[in-house]
Design a protein around this ligand. Structure first.
Ligand SMILES: C[S@@+](CC[C@H](N)C(=O)[O-])C[C@H]1O[C@@H](n2cnc3c(N)ncnc32)[C@H](O)[C@@H]1O
Length: 294
């Protein structure tokens, strides 16, 4: 099952649940169309270095996000993991059968979908149990889409390896966000997918401090995967944070990325017609694959 097919199943459920809140399909479609425009504008402003507050409190905003961004972002995580494995001596991202991953600013669990695509295509026999810590400042708002995507995975029969998912409220720019978070901090892999652009727009200093603290606490050999907009100022911001932390740069990519050939947007029908906008299919991204030396 492709990422678009999973997203379609999740949207079917989120959409049905949201209809009564908006008083009917037409009103819901109109609101989702508005939210798609609004998210696109807000993310465009982030790319240009301008901060803007984005809230996922409303069901229509969450549906718009899942429809537009989840498949593409999960696919970028998948390709980045595949590329990262080529840079690791043993050719594998996970060297244990029971890895822990920590997805920071995980939203509806996008990063985990990308990790699972990687496992299913490249490493399924090596990994028996995957524990995923999903950290986000809007953990509660994301519960419904996260559950819908998890249910879509179950319905599709993609239950191996079955992830143990632990969703936690985590506010990167509050004082000492890593305090009392021993288990997520001990992850084998950290993912930062389009988290740094959004979080740093609000409080760049505090988010930088939080990332430095994460790098300090990470165990030896831990991998850190960063995927975000390919904007010079954002990339410089991120590079300056890890540069003097003694991390190894394993993967370094900047440029256009299209979704994997297996992904067909038509799987989302009838939503592209209803929402009058295509989901994200390609982006200009920056990828960093880092490792804490052993
Ligand atoms: C653009 S979304 C990315 C979601 C997902 N990783 C993806 O790639 O689709 C950014 C996420 O970061 C979260 N976020 C933004 N600022 C944050 C902060 N200071 N602390 C924790 N989470 C934050 C938002 O709630 C949102 O879920």
């Amino acid at each position: 099952m492709t990422l678009f097919e999973l997203v379609k199943l999740a949207i079917d459920e989120l959409y049905e649940t949201a209809i009564p809140t908006y008083g009917g399909q037409k009103a819901l479609d109109a609101e989702i169309r508005r939210e798609l425009k609004s998210l696109s504008r807000a993310y465009g402003q982030l790319t240009q270095g301008a901060g803007t507050a984005i809230s996922f409190e409303q069901p229509a905003t969450r549906i718009a996000y899942v429809y537009s961004y989840v498949a593409a972002h999960a696919d970028y995580i998948y390709s980045a993991l595949r590329d990262l494995s080529d840079e690791i001596d043993c050719g594998r991202v996970f060297t244990t059968g029971r890895p822990r991953v920590c997805c920071i600013g995980s939203g509806p669990g996008t990063d985990l979908l990308g990790i699972r695509k990687y496992l299913l295509r490249h490493a399924v026999e090596d990994v028996t149990t995957l524990t995923a810590y999903l950290l986000d400042q809007e953990a509660a708002n994301w519960a419904e889409p996260r559950t819908a995507l998890a249910q879509a995975l179950t319905d599709s029969g993609l239950t191996t390896p079955r992830p143990k998912t632990k969703s936690r409220l985590f506010v990167a720019d509050e004082t000492r966000p890593w305090q009392g978070r021993k288990k997520p901090a001990a992850a084998d892999l950290f993912t930062l997918s389009y988290f740094v652009s959004q979080a740093s727009a609000a409080d760049p200093e505090a988010v930088a401090d939080s990332l430095r603290e994460m790098f300090r606490r990470a165990k030896r050999g831990a991998l850190i995967l960063y995927v975000d907009n390919n904007s010079t100022s954002l990339t410089n911001y991120f590079d300056n944070i890890w540069d003097d932390m003694g991390l190894e740069l394993l993967l370094d990519f900047s440029g256009d990325r299209n979704m994997h050939y297996s992904e067909e947007m038509s799987a989302l029908d009838p939503y592209p017609d209803k929402f009058k906008r295509h989901p994200k299919l390609h982006s200009n991204i920056c990828v960093r694959g880092l490792r804490k030396p052993t």
